[in-house]
Design a protein around this ligand. Structure first.
Ligand code: 13P
Length: 252
């Protein structure tokens, strides 16, 4: 049985004061217990990881893990501005998002780089959250499944059996930050296609890998999405900035 996982991606948001309020509110909301078989994580920007790790510890927040939004494809060395996966592990991160569509769009990240980053994250002992997704033009021209399965194929080539230790996040670009959530059936169809493609490579990987949905997830659509057989949770952007809304999604 795959666990349900909800991961908040704060993107380039947060401040020392608001981070403190967020963790305090989430700690209070989780104190009475959380549904079993679920995992939760939050991915603040790099400069806030240390503060958030300390706050999670201070509030004994056993239900909440820490994650980062990116990692370098290199181990260490002369890569100004980059952050190595091993450094994120030192900061108590358990998850690292790689290949987010905003990285692909604004930083020209291609599948090969995404796979190299995922390898670094795995080697450092954390779980990569590998993002894939199609644009609205690709969907409107009937190529959504072909595009996403092409992205997955590149990950399979590089990561092989190690994919079993990764999470995949299907985030249709047209649904990110737009309020246009994919219907539960559209998301399920894509998740099923991804799992089927992984199954052609390795049945064990296909049945064990968690596939999260991301793109305008809110507390009022999470229940329907998470009820789908191939949707194993959510990667939540905007709605995760509000701690009450994040809690409501975690409990959905
Ligand atoms: P929104 O939830 O704001 O649409 O963002 C989704 C996302 O990009 C999470 O990584």
């Amino acid at each position: 049985m795959r666990p349900l996982i909800v991961i908040g991606n704060w993107k380039m948001n947060g401040s020392p004061d608001s981070n403190q309020d967020w963790i305090k509110t989430v700690a209070r909301g989780m104190e009475s217990g959380m549904p079993s078989g679920r995992k939760f994580a939050v991915c603040p920007p790099f400069p806030f990881l240390s503060q958030c790790a300390a706050l999670i510890k201070e509030h004994s927040l056993a239900f909440l893990s820490l994650g980062a939004q990116d990692a370098s494809a290199h181990i260490s060395g002369a890569y100004t501005g980059e952050v190595a996966a091993s450094m994120l592990k030192e900061m108590a991160c358990q998850y690292v998002i790689v290949g987010h569509s905003e990285r692909r769009q604004f930083h020209q990240e291609v599948d090969e780089v995404v796979a190299a980053k995922a390898l670094q994250v795995l080697d450092a002992g954390m779980t990569p959250v590998i993002c894939v997704g199609e644009t609205s033009d690709e969907r409107n021209s009937g190529r959504a499944i072909e595009v996403v399965c092409g992205q997955i194929a590149k990950q399979v080539t590089v990561l092989q059996d190690r994919l079993v230790d990764c999470l995949i996040a299907y985030e249709p670009v047209w649904a990110i930050g737009t309020g246009k959530v994919a219907s539960a059936q559209v998301a399920q169809d894509m998740h099923h296609a991804i799992r089927q493609q992984l199954g052609e490579f390795n049945e064990d990987v296909a049945s064990h890998v968690g596939i999260l949905y991301g793109g305008s997830v809110k507390s009022d659509n999470a229940v329907e999405l998470f009820a789908m057989p191939d949707i194993d949770g959510g990667l939540v952007g905007g709605a995760s900035l509000n701690p009450q809304e994040f809690l409501a999604i975690c409990k959905a």
